[in-house]
Design a protein around this ligand. Sequence first.
Ligand SMILES: [Zn+2]
Length: 421
Amino acid sequence: MKRILVEVVLVIGLIAAAAFGWLNLQKGQAATAKITEIQAASDAAAGEVKDAAKKLKASGEELSALQEQMRPLQTKALELDAVKAAMSKGEVLADVEALYKKQKGLSADRQLGLGALRLLTKGSSDPGAAEAFKKALQMADWGNRKDTICAAQIGLAAAGEKVKMLSECAPLPAAEAAADKGEKSGHDDKKPEADKHGAEKHAAHWDYEGEMGPDKWGSEFPTCAKGKSQSPLDIKGPFVKASFKVSTDYKMGPLRIINNGHTIQVNVPAGSKARIDGVPYELLQFHFHKPSEELIDGKPSAMVVHFVHKNEAGKLAVLGVLLKEGNENPGIKALWANAPTKEGPEVAPAEVSFNPSNLMPREFDFYSYEGSLTTPPCTEGVQFFILKSPVNISREQVGDFPFKRNARPVQPLNGRTITSG
Ligand SMILES: [Zn+2]
């Protein structure tokens, strides 16, 4: 039965990604309606599968009850098989490939969709599928990182590659998904306890110290070690004068805050924007580092807030606001009051709203450089803007941040220019 669960989850994830790609292509055509329908069905099924998987872990004795619940899921799997068959004719893949060929670079989502389409059309022996999933993995960014990494890793496993799965990507252990693929026996007698080992044994963790500290990130995430445009930097002159301006238009919205084990992060509802050289960038989330990752003339600040934005072309821009020790910061006070002190899921406390502009200084003079994510997978092509004006944070507030230290050390400049505006 677990086998069915694994397959249903895989197919649903991939169909959703493929449908995303196809949707982009077929805008306005009749096919859109059909795919949307299937996607909705997939989403619903995915939710049910998650719940079922949780229960499966919780107790082996509920197996017979679960078998009842599995029946509608099997029906869904059959429906999805029908979609698979439609795609296997190859027309969708050919269309999407033709469309994507005209584009300069594909976003991580599109790489995922392409991989899924290849997988569905040509089967798991097609090297192009694995290639697309690998690209998606490399491009995973702050906005969609976990979802993309998980989808790409599941896709790679489905394409027959050996994958070290992030522990966060379980609901179902990935190692087993790959193992299940190899098994030819149709029946599965394994006890639910078998679910436990896979994810943990193959978990890929990273940390800010010790055996999984920043100097070891490169073994799991090659760009962290091999990249030539990594962040953060020690910001010092000479500077090149910037010819453009940065401004923000952040909006009040319901607070969604998470302790993800590496930082406190606020996920921002759509509508808050930054404007960089006239181009709008949507604010996705902001998070904190202690001490500041960026140094100014060799010196760190008490902390830094990174506001992570993405424009329509998928380009990331990070606005960094340095926090220096001084008066209490009322914005931080509101956040710390709601921030989980232990790692866990996002919380959305009822009737608490927050405006990210509460954390911005008045002046928008900045230093700017081309860098990377400062956490694995250290993806490059991220434009950084570090504001010259810091804002205050009290010593107590710095002490109340639930991480002792979560800053990547500064990286080599490698000939990059730093602009000043
Ligand atoms: Zn950051």
